[in-house]
Design a protein around this ligand. Structure first.
Ligand code: ADE
Length: 437
């Protein structure tokens, strides 16, 4: 008798105990084509695959990952596998798994537990990857790390070598855990690498968020009042692209410097109370909860579209929207119409979950190339430091500058672009405290 607890979801799944649980293994060929498409656009990661598939530095190491199951993630997983790792995987959001990609990975021997629409078995899937006794954890949003820390403490203390975290929200959670003295193993903050946040968070989120909104609604953005809550890296990317499509862009912020930046970039800045009255499309990108509340919905125009691109679905207060609604119906995939007591209709996209992955395909491969090259190298560093016998600090660790530099240079080369080099005289000039007018 197996001692694995049963999952809650009923219905048809392709499942082999201890191996995988995906929606439909017959989608594997379709998934394989998507993966090949992504591979052709991820030269940095593919270069690492070529290099390390020969030496197999991960041989003997088991990696558990909890990150969106997309074609780009598949390229990372296959690269880790070719470099010698045994890989187990779960999705990090109920609505972001591409079932075809998950099937292709399962067929390729990855122990994967993920399917689109996984609401009730989210943690069940994570725990199946922990069953594999990983030496390394790779997170996006910290749910795997949290589960290991809360439920598998012995594994965290005595077995796990280290981990990595992909996203801003996850790094915040990690730093809180570290500050509370509750972090049990070292974790690289991949999000904070310049070749990650400066591209993925800005241009990746910018394009994929608009892609998700358009796929879910097909509305014209030109001429619309497009409200972005939050003008950090992600929010600024969204606003930049919305403006580029001809929308009148409005920003809401809590940070004065970010608000000034938004104004100087040509956006209008106001509070959410003010924006709620004039916005046509709303997109939250803040990382905090309750950004759009009951009274905001009540003052919105008839037909307002509301969505979120932050990691968690807490930014839009959906229970309050339900409370003030008299009816709800699905209009089209990822688009639900709420009719309020005041008669107005609000369209909520993707149940308030990240629109770019739930309704579109997430960030494009070209951008994820750099993010995932950083993930691969962070894990390579953990393994090399472990093999050398180094006692790593139990801390949230920054990505070393030379790694960032390597990823940027390799990407630039792949893009066939040349840049200038400082002459020795220019270097001396920069370093000369006496050089003045
Ligand atoms: N996060 C945002 N976009 C992504 C993608 N394409 N793959 C994995 N994680 C992502």
């Amino acid at each position: 008798m197996s001692n694995i607890p049963p999952k809650k979801a009923q219905g048809n799944f392709s499942e082999v105990e201890g191996e995988y649980c995906v929606r439909d293994i017959n989608l594997a060929d379709e998934g394989q084509l998507l993966i090949e498409w992504a591979e052709s656009r991820m030269p940095v990661l593919m270069g690492l695959r070529k290099k390390y598939s020969e030496t197999k530095p991960f041989k003997g190491y088991i990696i558990a990952g909890c990150l969106h199951v997309t074609k780009e993630t598949a390229v990372l997983i296959k690269t880790l596998k070719d470099a010698g790792a045994e890989v187990l995987w779960s999705g990090c959001n109920p609505l972001s798994t591409n079932d075809a990609v998950a099937a292709a990975l399962a067929k390729d021997g990855i122990k994967i537990y993920a399917w689109y629409g996984n609401m009730e078995d989210f943690y069940w899937c994570i725990e199946r990857t922990i069953d594999g006794k990983p030496h390394l954890t790779l997170d996006d949003g910290c749910d795997l790390i949290d589960t290991v820390h809360e439920k598998y403490k012995d594994l965290a203390v005595n077995h796990i070598v280290g981990g990595s975290e992909e996203t801003t929200t996850g790094v915040h959670r990690l730093r809180s855990r570290e500050a509370a003295g509750q972090l049990l193993y070292p974790v690289y903050a991949v999000n904070d690498a310049e070749t990650k946040w400066d591209f993925d968070n800005v241009y990746g989120t910018g394009q994929s968020t608009l892609d998700g909104i358009i796929r879910a609604t097909s509305v014209l953005l030109a001429g619309k009042n497009f409200v972005t809550a939050g003008h950090g890296h992600c929010g600024s990317g969204v606003a930049k692209r919305a403006k580029g499509m001809g929308a009148n862009t409005i920003i809401t912020e809590v940070k004065a410097t970010a608000a000034i930046k938004a104004t100087l970039e040509g956006h209008e800045v106001m509070t959410m109370d003010e924006a709620a009255k004039v916005g046509d499309v709303f997109c939250t990108a803040t990382g905090v909860k309750d950004v759009i509340r009951k009274w905001h919905f009540e003052s919105m125009r008839d037909g307002a579209i509301v969505c979120n691109t932050g990691h968690y679905d807490a930014e839009i207060n959906i229970p309050e929207l339900e409370e003030i609604s008299v009816s709800k119906r699905t209009i089209r995939p990822n688009c639900e119409e709420y009719t309020l007591k005041n008669g107005n209709r609000i369209y909520l996209l993707a149940q308030g979950r990240l629109i770019n992955l739930a309704a579109a395909e997430g960030h494009p491969s070209e951008v994820m190339d750099m993010s995932f090259a950083n993930q691969f190298m962070a894990h390579l560093s953990l393994v090399e430091r472990h093999k050398s016998g180094e006692k790593m600090p139990i801390a949230v660790m920054e990505i070393p500058e030379d790694q960032d530099e390597f990823v940027a240079k390799t990407k630039l080369e792949a893009m066939s672009m040349n840049i200038d080099t400082l002459t020795q005289e220019q270097i001396d000039y920069i370093n000369d405290y006496n050089a003045g007018t």
